[in-house]
Design a protein around this ligand. Structure first.
Ligand code: MIC
Ligand code: SF4
Length: 645
């Protein structure tokens, strides 16, 4: 078996390990962050379960950090108290970005992790099966329920050779994205193999597994080997380590080969992580902002490489350089060894250890600005400035360009930063609050910003409505439910958020949806790529969206739609996309019968006002059909289903 199969086989609750078939997995650990967590805990409370049943569940506060009003602070208080009550660990604000901290302090080779954030696969770097999902799925897992996912195809990424100086793990994953595109990983686990693996440190592996999310992959995984062991020893957690290697005769459904020694510095151009070109082709492009950090590239080693490049120099006059170390552990190390002083002396603006600019929480670039970021997503508008041009690059390219003021290939620098593998990290979990003892009284504090969330009704006999919006390929959840410093404080207030739903595509969408009493959205391929935010289903639900008709869907978003009773309908003939215009009326007669039959693979038939028949597929399991009939997962559970049993 390969590593992925071993992880799945050891956690299989039901289903067969045949690619494409639904399997149920036992979940050992969960994580949430604050922008999806509030909703996940409201849903967990709605399930009426007293205490989590996982081995470890951790709630992080790292996204909604700007406290421009009471809202974010209120949500933090809610998360802190609700987690204490139900047996969940609470990583306090300032402790760091969920994926970085979880990797450092709680990851465990051989275990499963389900997180309400699409970059949860980061912990695949140490041989975990780490998957991103919607908040409701994570709530179910906290309650001891299995996680349902399609058995993935396992794609081996065979690494040979060693990275040349100034070429980094970021360039490896950018190369994979260049070759496979943002939908190339759908339905797959990317498993890294080959002799090149040993040359990559755990944080380097984590950059690769983290940004594997941008391929649309179910997750990415590295073996747990001697390098992993050294990392665990340095974290003071050697007992948490165990070896996990593929068998010598392990088979894979697909193979991609990468010779590390042939790679060069790469950049993803606006506005997609797969628009990858060599940095050299962009050299000389004037840069206005450089942002270093995020869960992709904020490890101690990344920060040290940046500090070394900056030492004794000054950031170019036309550049604003911001740096956010990924965790308090990283920040502590930089403060102790003086690297922080080097960064500050060079003119860097130091941000707290959090997501920050990656999710538009501050540092929105100027109008038309060019912003270089070491992050993982450069979707249009995500930075908070619609006209900004965001490029994704390695920390080395970012630092070199910050000094030069123009996009610069870091190989032109005199310095040759080395990869650091510290022998001991300062491990201190004093900012992770322990849950209350069973039976101990804890009052859950709910601020006025927390509003009830919408719950769907059972599917009616006839589903009818107009096309409220027609969009193109690769629509992201940042289009469906934008996240900016202004909107993130309302993640527990769906009525407010809904006013902005799909507005980057059409500013009149919410108004139209309400006027028409709901209806349908029509999309292209890979609809809903990007984040795990369930709000991209909850806000449409609030506006009356009954179904989305698309050429194909991103995995997490499709699951979120089903969990909320919205039909993710796939065109059987892609050409039918062209037949549907804005305002066209679509009707699905005998919707309940059709949805029930869809689980067996039967096509659905929708009819337009002009009598045109459109064949649609619903790629759902029996379990999901029941959910859609009931009007979503919470209803299905209440009806006595065993979804969280
Ligand atoms: C993101 O990177 O888009 C986020 C913000 O971390 C999201 C979660 C969210 O929308 O809260 C994700 O990746 O799932
Ligand atoms: Fe935070 Fe950005 Fe990572 Fe999402 S991608 S978890 S916003 S740092």
């Amino acid at each position: 078996m390969n590593v992925t199969q071993k992880l799945i086989a050891s956690h299989l609750v039901s289903g067969e390990m045949i690619p494409g078939q639904e399997i149920a997995l036992r979940i050992d650990q969960t994580l949430t962050q604050d922008s999806t967590g509030t909703m996940a805990y409201l849903q967990f409370e709605a399930m009426g379960i007293d205490r989590v049943k996982t081995k470890r569940s951790v709630a992080y506060v790292d996204h909604n950090m700007l406290q421009a009003g009471f809202e974010n602070a209120d949500d933090h208080k809610y998360i802190q108290t609700v987690t204490k009550k139900h047996g969940i660990w609470f990583s306090r604000p300032g402790n760091g970005i969920c994926h970085q901290v979880h990797l450092e302090r709680f990851s465990k080779p051989g275990e499963t992790l389900l997180g309400s954030d699409s970059h949860t696969p980061t912990c695949g770097a140490v041989g975990m099966l780490a998957i991103g999902a919607g908040g409701l799925d994570v709530a179910v897992a906290m309650g001891g329920g299995a996680y349902h996912v399609l058995m993935p195809r396992v794609c081996q990424v065979k690494l040979t050779g060693k990275l040349p100086p100034m070429v980094t793990a970021k360039d490896v994953i950018l190369e994979v994205l260049r070759r496979l595109t943002v939908k190339g990983g759908v339905g797959k686990v990317m498993e890294y193999t080959g002799e090149g693996v040993a040359a990559l440190s755990v944080p380097e592996r984590a950059t690769i597994t983290n940004m594997g999310a941008e391929l649309g992959a179910t997750t990415s995984v590295f073996p747990s080997d001697a390098v992993t062991r050294q990392f665990f020893t340095a974290q003071g957690r050697e007992n948490d380590w165990k070896e996990l290697l593929p068998d010598a005769d392990a088979a894979y459904e697909e193979t991609v080969e990468i010779d590390l020694s042939s790679l060069i510095p790469l950049a993803a151009c606006p506005h997609s992580p797969d628009k990858v070109v060599p940095v050299g082709e962009l050299s000389g492009v004037k840069v206005d902002q450089v942002a270093i950090g995020s869960c992709t590239n904020s490890s101690f080693a990344d920060m040290m490489k940046v500090a070394e490049i900056l030492r004794g120099r000054t950031v170019a006059e036309n550049v604003s350089l911001v740096i956010a170390p990924g965790s308090r552990q990283v920040l502590t190390m930089l403060a102790r060894n003086g690297a922080l002083a080097d960064m500050v002396a060079a003119g860097a603006r130091i941000l707290e250890s959090a997501c920050g600019p990656c999710i538009g929480m501050g540092q929105a670039p100027a109008t038309d600005a060019v912003s270089l970021r070491t992050f993982n997503r450069n979707f249009c508008g995500r930075s908070g400035t619609a006209s900004a041009q965001v490029y994704l690059v390695s920390p080395e390219t970012a630092a070199a360009s910050a000094l030069a003021g123009v996009l610069t290939d870091p190989r032109s620098l005199q310095t040759t930063p080395v990869t650091l593998r510290p022998e001991a990290f300062p491990a201190n979990d004093n900012m992770v609050a322990a849950p209350a003892a069973p039976g101990e009284q804890v009052e859950v504090v709910r601020g006025p910003n927390i509003k009830p969330f919408p719950i769907n009704k059972p599917l009616p006999e006839t589903l009818s409505g107009e096309v409220l919006l027609k969009v193109e390929d690769n629509i992201t959840t940042d289009h469906i439910m934008p996240s900016t410093a202004a909107l993130l404080p309302y993640r527990s207030n769906i009525p407010h958020l809904a006013e902005y739903c799909l507005t980057p595509c059409d500013k009149d969408f919410p108004k139209r949806a309400k006027e028409k009493g709901g209806g349908f959205v029509v999309g292209g391929v890979n609809y809903g790529q990007g984040s795990s935010r369930e709000h991209a289903a909850l806000a449409p639900l609030y506006l009356g969206v009954k179904g989305v008709l698309a050429k194909s869907f991103a995995r997490i978003h499709a699951a979120n739609l089903v969990n909320n009773g919205i039909l993710p309908l796939v065109f059987e003939n892609e050409a039918d996309y062209d037949k549907l215009a804005l305002g066209a009326r679509i009707t699905l007669e005998h919707a309940r019968e059709q949805v029930a039959a869809a689980a067996e693979g039967t096509l659905l038939c929708a009819v337009t006002e002009g009598g045109e028949r459109i064949a649609l597929r619903l790629d759902i399991s029996q379990r999901q059909a029941e959910m859609l009939l009931a009007g979503g997962l919470l209803n299905a559970t209440k009806e006595g289903g065993n979804h969280h049993a």
